[in-house]
Design a protein around this ligand. Structure first.
Ligand code: MRU
Length: 366
């Protein structure tokens, strides 16, 4: 997607042909800074500190992290150590494990002197595949928005989204935002309600940034506003992303997603989840078994923002000494989800719906 008219991906191979460039998302929306990853440790740090985040992008960065590690040591042991270090960075997004499995498959059977090239090639493919997958999610999802646009005969279609599941969370396009970009580009009058998404504000700082850069009308709302908006018929549909979806259709996504799904159900608002195949955990049925990341409590008790003099500062928003808990994700049961938007089409949020789209994967897990 474009920033100031210049096309970007979130991750790319640098001009030197081996180091890896990323957009440092901890600096957005106030500065567009590129960081260069030169080692496994750099990749581990980028994922843990959330310089890169969002399930598909975490996977893509881990893939390049494995390639960087192999440059120093291409042994089986080094590959296993690198994958273990990368897998430990963030526990909820299954794309991380998926990408590392792909890297193992691409590299393990290669002779040592070909492993680095094989790793870089697979990492690049993972990135390219993600772009194409997300483009197709947009293609399949746009019909859902079009149906509302036709019903509303020219009035704006209001879509609520949570966290950031746009191109900044992927390599390009995004998952939840891909149908929205497509609808906007096709001339539909879309407007996005952007949940701020405390504690790290991925909605206010990232979703608003990328929608603004693409010219999509949007309004940031405090996290608890969604229910009120839905009661007052100000939301036509919700579209969110996911970090891990089970074979039965339960959806782990950024904390607060479940409450939006409950409000949507109570108000008869459609609640769609957009996802690529790499986010489905075929080994799990029950969403309650998904590991939920718990992060530093300081993310709840403090906020970072821009001061009037332009400097960036972190300030306390809670009394010193109060305890805070920081659960990164929650699980929305499949029964609250209207449907999944995938690269293979739109399907009901049921085990049968998923099996129908991915017959080969569900057989493999059986
Ligand atoms: O903690 P984050 O910012 O990595 O969480 C991101 C989300 O929850 C996204 O909604 C999810 O990864 C889907 S991204 C296409």
């Amino acid at each position: 997607m474009n920033i100031n008219g210049k096309p970007y991906r979130t991750i790319w191979l640098s001009d030197d042909g081996w180091s890896v460039s990323i957009i440092d998302q901890t600096k957005l929306p106030f500065a567009l800074e590129i960081v260069v990853l030169k080692s496994l440790d750099d990749a581990v740090r980028a994922i843990s500190s959330m310089q890169v985040r969002g399930a598909p992008l975490i996977g893509a960065t881990a893939a390049y992290g494995a390639a960087l590690a192999l440059r120093t040591d291409a042994s089986d042991e080094a590959l296993d150590r690198a994958c273990a270090a990368l897998a430990a960075t963030r526990p909820t997004a299954i794309n991380l494990r998926w990408a590392l499995d792909e890297m193992q498959k691409a590299v393990r059977n290669q002779p040592r002197d070909r492993r680095v090239a094989a790793a870089y090639a697979r990492a690049a493919e993972i990135c390219d595949e993600d772009v194409e997958t997300c483009r197709k999610i947009g293609e399949h999802g746009v019909g859902l928005i079009k149906a509302h646009a036709e019903k509303k005969a020219g009035a704006r279609v209001n879509i609520l989204t949570h966290c950031n599941a746009g191109w900044l969370a992927c390599v390009d396009w995004g998952t939840a935002l891909a149908p929205i970009y497509r609808a906007h580009d096709e001339g539909m009058p879309v407007h996005v309600w952007v949940d701020e998404t405390r504690p790290r504000n991925q909605g206010a700082s990232l979703t608003a940034y990328e929608l603004g850069a693409h010219g999509v009308p949007h309004t940031i709302v405090a996290d608890n506003t969604g229910g009120h908006l839905m009661q007052n018929k100000l939301v036509d549909l919700c579209i969110v992303g996911t970090d891990r979806t089970t074979a039965s259709g339960d959806v782990a996504n950024k904390i607060g997603t479940y409450l939006k799904a409950l409000a949507a159900k109570d108000n008869g608002v459609q609640f769609f989840v957009a996802l690529p195949h790499s986010t489905i955990d075929w080994s799990l049925e029950d969403g309650g078994a998904i590991p939920i990341e718990e992060r530093n409590a300081a993310e709840v008790t403090h906020m970072t923002g821009k001061l009037p003099d332009g400097s960036i500062a972190t300030v306390a928003v809670a009394p010193e000494g109060s305890q805070a808990a920081n659960f990164g994700f929650d699980v929305t049961p499949a029964r609250l989800v209207t449907g999944f938007i995938t690269e293979r089409g739109v399907t009901p949020a049921t085990p049968e719906g998923l099996r129908l789209l991915y017959p080969e994967r569900s057989k493999a897990a059986a």
